[in-house]
Ligand binder design. Structure first.
Ligand code: AMP
Length: 276
C-alpha cells in the first residue's frame, strides 16, 4: 500500500485507475473495514482517505479531541489490501483563500442531524465533493450507520452529476448491538453498558411494526426503551421515509427508525430498517 499526503502525489499515484473509494476520518474499526472489504470485492484499485475534516465540526464539538491513530490505521488498511491511502493535512485541502462550498439544501439536510448540528452536512458535502474530484472514483462506499449522511451524499451525487455509484454498506455492530463508532472510545464503562439502549429501542419499534402495530405505536415502543437509559438525553427518535427522511404517519416499504442523543461524554446516533 502506498501512502500519499499531497494532492500532487495523489494525482500521480492514480493515473487512469478504476477506483473504489472509501472516505473516512480514521481511527478505524470493523465498520470501516466492512466498507473497504466491499470496495475490494468490486474494484481493481481501492483508495481510502483519512481526514478529520474541520469543516464538518461545529464550535464546541469534538474536532480537537477526535481520536486519531494514523499509524495503526495504515497497518490495518495495508492488511485489508488497500492500494492507496490519502492522508492529507488540513492545509492541503483548505489552503489560504479557500472559499468554495457545496451545499445540499432543503428538508433532507434540515431535519435530524442537520437540526442538531448546524453546518455539519455542508462540511461533509464540501469535503466529499472535493475528494470525489481528486480521486475520481467509479464507486464510493458509505456506511448506513450514518444514514442521513448517505442520503445527503446520494442527493449531491445525483444533483451535481458526479457520475459515480454510491454504495451503502450495512451497519457493523458489537455483540450487544451497539453500532461501532470511533467515538465509542469516549464512553465510560457504565455508559458503554447503557449504550446499546439505542439498538434496543430500534428493535422494539421493529417488533411492533412486524406485529402489525402503527407507526405511532412503534415510535412509542422505541421511546419507552430510550427513556429508561439512565444517563442518556434524547435528541430525536423518529420513523422516516428511507429516501426523503420525511417523518411518517403510515408505513412505507423500508421505513427507517432514526435515533440520536447524548451521554455526558459523547453523542451517539443509530438507525435501522423497521418495516416490514
Ligand atoms: P467516519 O470515519 O466516522 O467518518 O466514517 C467513515 C465511513 O464509515 C462512513 O461512511 C461511515 O458511515 C462508515 N461507518 C462508520 N461506522 C460504521 C459502522 N459501524 N458500520 C458500517 N459503516 C460505518
Amino acid at each position: 500500500m502506498q501512502t500519499v499526503r499531497s494532492v500532487a502525489e495523489l494525482e500521480q499515484a492514480l493515473s487512469n485507475q478504476t477506483v473504489g473509494f472509501v472516505p473516512t476520518m480514521g481511527y478505524l474499526h470493523r465498520g470501516h473495514l466492512a466498507l473497504v472489504e466491499r470496495a475490494r470485492q468490486e474494484n481493481p484499485f481501492v483508495v481510502v482517505s483519512i481526514f478529520v475534516n474541520p469543516l464538518q465540526f461545529g464550535p464546541g464539538e469534538d474536532f480537537e479531541r477526535y481520536p486519531r491513530d494514523p499509524e495503526r490505521d495504515a497497518k490495518l488498511l495495508a492488511e485489508a489490501g488497500v492500494d492507496l491511502l490519502f492522508l492529507p493535512e488540513a492545509s492541503e485541502l483548505y489552503p489560504e483563500g479557500f472559499s468554495s462550498y457545496v451545499e445540499v439544501t432543503g428538508p433532507l439536510v434540515e431535519r435530524f442531524e442537520g437540526a442538531f448540528r448546524p453546518g455539519h452536512f455542508r462540511g461533509v458535502t464540501t469535503v466529499v465533493a472535493k475528494l470525489f474530484n481528486l480521486v475520481r472514483p467509479c464507486r464510493a462506499y458509505f456506511g448506513e450507520k450514518d444514514y442521513q449522511q448517505l442520503a445527503v451524499i446520494r442527493r449531491m451525487v445525483a444533483d451535481l452529476h458526479f457520475g459515480l455509484e454510491v454504495v451503502g454498506v450495512p451497519t457493523v455492530r458489537e455483540a450487544d448491538g451497539l453500532a461501532l463508532s470511533s467515538r465509542n472510545v469516549y464512553l465510560t464503562p457504565e455508559h458503554r453498558r447503557q449504550a446499546n439502549g439505542l439498538y434496543r429501542a430500534l428493535l422494539a419499534a421493529r417488533s411492533v411494526a412486524r406485529a402489525g402495530g402503527s407507526v405511532a405505536e412503534a415510535e412509542a415502543a422505541g421511546l419507552r426503551v430510550l427513556r429508561e437509559i439512565r444517563d442518556f438525553r434524547l435528541d430525536y427518535f423518529a420513523i422516516a421515509d428511507p429516501k426523503t427522511l420525511e417523518p411518517l404517519t403510515d408505513w412505507v416499504e423500508g421505513a427507517r427508525g432514526l435515533v440520536a442523543g447524548r451521554f455526558p461524554e459523547v453523542r451517539l446516533i443509530d438507525n435501522m430498517e423497521v418495516y416490514p
